[in-house]
Write a protein that binds this ligand. Structure first.
Ligand SMILES: [Zn+2]
Length: 102
């Protein structure tokens, strides 16, 4: 078992308290644009996700803790969490990810 840092609780907690909640930074089209989207574009938004081998921005839910969603950069091969950050923050740059690994 490993621990995940929750940026809201500001502490590491056991992984069993958390649930994966999909790829991070997927922006939902606004209601007006949804009606004008083609089926292919809607399908792209709804179902197509990156399948990264390496560091990936993901959304996580502290389901059995503070009940907050947050984002994380996790290495998909090693399962190592590089960093976590609060919702609303932009995707970390390559430099920010490199700095977090130090
Ligand atoms: Zn929490």
């Amino acid at each position: 078992m490993f621990e995940i840092h929750c940026p809201y609780c500001d502490e590491k907690r056991p992984e069993i308290e958390f649930a994966y909640a999909g790829e991070a930074h997927i922006v939902r089209p606004n209601a007006q644009d949804q009606g004008e989207m083609s089926d292919a574009d809607w399908s792209q938004y709804m179902f197509i996700r990156d399948n990264v081998r390496g560091e990936h921005c993901e959304r996580w839910w502290h389901q059995h803790g503070c009940n907050m969603f947050f984002n994380a950069v996790r290495h998909t091969v090693t399962d190592k969490f590089v960093m976590t950050y609060k919702m609303g923050k932009s995707r970390p740059t390559a430099k920010q990810i490199a700095d977090a690994k130090k």
